[in-house]
Design a binder for this molecule. Structure first.
Ligand code: UDP
Ligand code: MG
Length: 309
């Protein structure tokens, strides 16, 4: 019987775990697979680890967990979970039941035919989410798909089932700044997307504020595209070009009408401030990339394990 590994990153999810496990068990018990769970406790401050220990004691062969020494972020959790799996197929799920387990048999049906390497879930709406947040999300997908060669499907969640071959490919990318949505697409392979309606969190609260999502979006774009660097070059080129035109205008005017002298220091100050601002912005863009190079060259581990069972 093929083995299905379920990877579940958890951060402060003490209320969700006791609901998640039976809900998933109910579904996978009817599937023709052997199942293993790999929960990742991402440095939770609540009783998440205790819940995981309890589950492991009840099902020592089936339920496993990796517990980090501190919070390393969901991306690191995913990496650790995927690394630990041994199954022929691996599925990544959130613990808050926003990734409905009912879809597992359908995903499995598609992937077990051998036609697809990956089956992902794509939500078709964002009910229960703030309008402004949804608007920003939509814009993010527009931008990243324009500037990056790696296409990212709008609404695609991290809820996806992959073959062992694809998991190994994902693990072979050892980059420190991990943007899974991009990585899953970057490795290629044939993916089938199944649409579904958004589901609200079963318990707890989301950890993603609009500001955190914005930073995540900027990281996604800079991880998968060099477009911001080109934009900086273009802005510089354009303003240099415009100032040459301005210079020619001033010289010609001086020749035609020698009495006209320089005037308008207020506009001069504005132009200087504008150029200064643009320069700082471009340095900031370059700095963002240098920062990423810096973090990568340190070769720090993606996560640190405190306990693994
Ligand atoms: N998560 C994590 N580490 C973090 C933040 C979140 O492992 O630093 C986990 C969290 O427990 C959940 C999943 O990642 O299982 C998705 O988080 P959340 O539900 O907050 O995000 P959303 O569903 O709103 O995108
Ligand atoms: Mg969630």
């Amino acid at each position: 019987m093929p083995k299905l590994s379920i990877v579940v990153p958890c951060y402060n999810e003490q209320e969700s775990i006791p609901l998640f496990y039976p809900a998933v068990e109910k579904v996978v018990n009817k599937m023709p697979v052997e199942v293993e769970y790999w929960f990742v406790n991402d440095g939770s401050a609540d009783k998440t680890l205790d819940e995981l220990r309890k589950l492991h004691q009840q099902n020592p062969d089936k339920v496993h967990y990796v517990s980090f020494s501190r919070n390393f972020g969901k991306e690191a959790g995913l990496y650790a979970g995927l690394e630990a799996t041994t199954g022929d197929y691996v599925v990544v799920m959130d613990v808050d039941l926003q990734d409905p387990p009912e879809y597992l048999p359908i995903m499995y049906k598609y992937i077990s035919t051998g036609e697809y390497d990956c089956v992902g879930m794509r939500r078709t709406d964002r009910t229960g989410e703030a309008k402004f947040k949804s608007f920003l999300s939509d814009k993010f997908y527009d931008v990243i798909n324009k500037v990056s060669d790696t296409k990212i499907v709008n609404g695609a969640r991290d809820y996806r089932m992959m073959t062992r071959q694809m998991v190994n490919a994902v693990l072979s990318l050892k980059e420190y700044n991990r943007f899974s949505k991009g990585i899953f697409n970057w490795v290629g392979f044939k993916t089938k997307y199944l649409p579904y309606k958004n589901v609200r969190r079963i318990a707890g609260t989301t950890d993603w504020s609009t500001w955190k999502l914005f930073k995540y979006a900027v990281d996604g774009i800079t991880d998968f595209s060099e477009a911001p660097l080109s934009i900086a070059t273009w802005i510089g080129g354009m303003s240099a070009f415009l100032s040459i035109l301005g210079l020619i205008f001033v010289i010609v005017r001086r020749i035609i009408e020698p009495s006209s002298s320089a005037f308008g220091w207020a506009s001069m100050v504005c132009i200087m401030l504008l150029l200064g601002g643009l320069q700082l912005m471009c340095i900031g863009i370059v700095g963002k990339y240098i920062g990423k190079i810096y973090m990568q060259t340190k070769q720090r581990p993606i996560y640190i394990v405190k306990e693994k069972k």
